[in-house]
Design a protein. Structure first.
Lengths: 325, 325
């Protein structure tokens, strides 16, 4: 398979195309098993493993910061294993039946197998991590997965809370999504030998990209084209997950309007009406916040020496706003 | 709470009572969170955390092998976190509603929260592990959780397979249960400074105890007293999980008898009849195999210098056969 899915410009990964192929190899080696059931489930993961955004961010940061080393290859496989585990468990939580246009693992093999496959992936992530010379990466990755789980738990606790504030929403996505992209860039920079300030800036770059990515993801759930996105849209509202456009719309709507919206959300029959002024404003507001995060991300690259990898990081940040899947 | 549940003789843990209290403290410190949902879910874990068998095995091995060190306290909390994670996820897989006489987390908070709490626990296990000076323990723990997940996946893949062999059953329980008790004793011995042979023997002790423990667990599901066990019995057969007594009974029964048993299993209305000869033989066979594993475990202790901790390990092994919960 190609390392980067066609929905992303493959050129973004050009400066690290070789290392990315090694990451895929590492990933597959780590999951090799003599058990048919394990092999069958892991084979399905190839479909999930699309954009390889996180390994790409980690490797591009490494390349831009001094060069890709052995540790980066291992860590890029680790973060992809972590990410895959969250996807597999997310699909169980959301009772999702489709991902990237094909049946999810829970749909095909049941929730039991999907829960266990997620556990298997996270276990292998730490197994791979423990092959590194120092504990530094393991400590940072584990602290990050602690944070990701907290974010996911907070999201579950807030399901059906139509008074969720923008601040709470941003806190949740910072934990569940941005913490992982942040640690990708942080570890890419750290193991390339960058100084503490530069590592901090790259961590901030990764966090900004993660925030933008999640806001756009949530926008696509509302406005995306199902055939492009590769899974049903409108799931968030149906599952009681309030995202930025609706939070903003509910906040700004007239009381009567707000009540009608909540009635529909409660009944699980909320449908997007882009002509409805508060909704239109909410969508614009979310898109503009995603844009701000991308601008902030790109600004954080200014101290890096110019290189193809730096340009690719900037292009990746910009692309987050244009993606349709 | 008392560190060891009343269903286990508290005297078993006497030689390591102090360290065990430190483990509980470590465990609770690691799970401390500012998020109400996390605090609420973790508070429920106190009910799950009953026997503390794995920390006890780790600490007693350490004590018998040269003395409990700092690393042992950390690792005992790590293995308990891993064990708790498997319990929480197992209850989701088995749709269990009761554990230790109280409602399970999935029953109280839904499957989503239970899946995420399991993830949170495993993440914290690795986070705690990464605080140790070397990667050795992390590598061994991760290799073990890989094996545990494989065992669980194999078990799910074999659900409803009424031709499961004894060999396959033993392979599954060796992975899903015995691998964790083995690594407890292995790490207890390793960090107490025992030589490689002695570490290997203690790993074998832990594996034997784990095998006996799981066989007795499966026996209790068939013959246990629901009020003592603290959860419904007969679940394994209802969930399509064949265990040693039934494997043996099916294997030895006359063809017509076997067919009738399978019909009942298929229809989910298998009821234990202890007067039925093949079943009675199957129960005896499983009990005698558990006894053999315990004898093998105790024999492996013979090279240890005599101490209260060594006696407690032997007593713990013996107690596995007598436990009713």
């Amino acid at each position: 398979m190609s390392a980067v899915n066609a929905t992303w410009p493959t050129t973004l990964a050009d400066p690290v195309a070789g290392p990315l192929r090694e990451v895929v190899h590492h990933f597959e080696e780590e999951l090799r098993s003599d058990q048919p059931i394990v092999r069958e489930l892991c084979a399905r993961l190839a479909v999930y493993r699309g954009k390889m955004l996180r390994p790409m961010l980690l490797l591009l940061t490494a390349e831009a910061g001094g060069g890709v080393r052995r540790e980066h290859i291992t860590l890029a496989a680790v973060v992809e294993l972590v990410h895959m585990a969250t996807l597999v468990h997310d699909d169980v939580l959301d009772e999702a039946e489709l991902r990237r246009r094909t049946a999810t693992i829970n749909r095909l093999h049941g929730n039991e197998a999907a829960v266990l496959l997620g556990d298997y992936l996270i276990s292998h992530a730490y197994h791979l991590c423990s092959s590194l010379g120092s504990q530094h990466a393991a400590r940072r990755i584990a602290a990050t997965t602690n944070t990701v789980c907290e974010g996911e738990l907070m999201q579950v606790a807030q399901r059906g809370n139509w008074s969720l504030t923008e601040e709470q929403y941003l806190d949740i996505i910072r934990r569940k999504t941005a913490s992982l992209t942040a640690v990708c860039c942080e570890l890419g920079a750290h193991f390339a030998g960058m100084d503490a300030d530069a590592v901090g800036r790259m961590s901030g770059f990764g966090a900004d990209i993660g925030m933008a990515f999640q806001i756009v993801d949530d926008l696509l759930d509302l406005t995306g084209d199902e055939t492009q996105v590769g899974k049903p849209v409108g799931r968030d509202a149906a599952l009681g997950k309030l995202t930025l456009p609706l939070i903003h719309a509910l906040c700004r709507a007239e009381p009567a309007d707000r009540e009608r919206m909540i009635e529909r959300l409660d009944a699980g029959r909320f449908r997007l009406n882009g002509h409805h002024a508060p909704i239109r404003d909410g969508l614009d507001y979310a898109a503009s916040m995603a844009r701000s995060f991308v601008q902030s991300a790109v600004a954080r690259l200014s101290d890096l020496p110019s290189s193809d990898a730096r340009d690719a990081l900037a292009a990746a940040a910009e692309f987050v706003l244009r993606r349709r899947a």
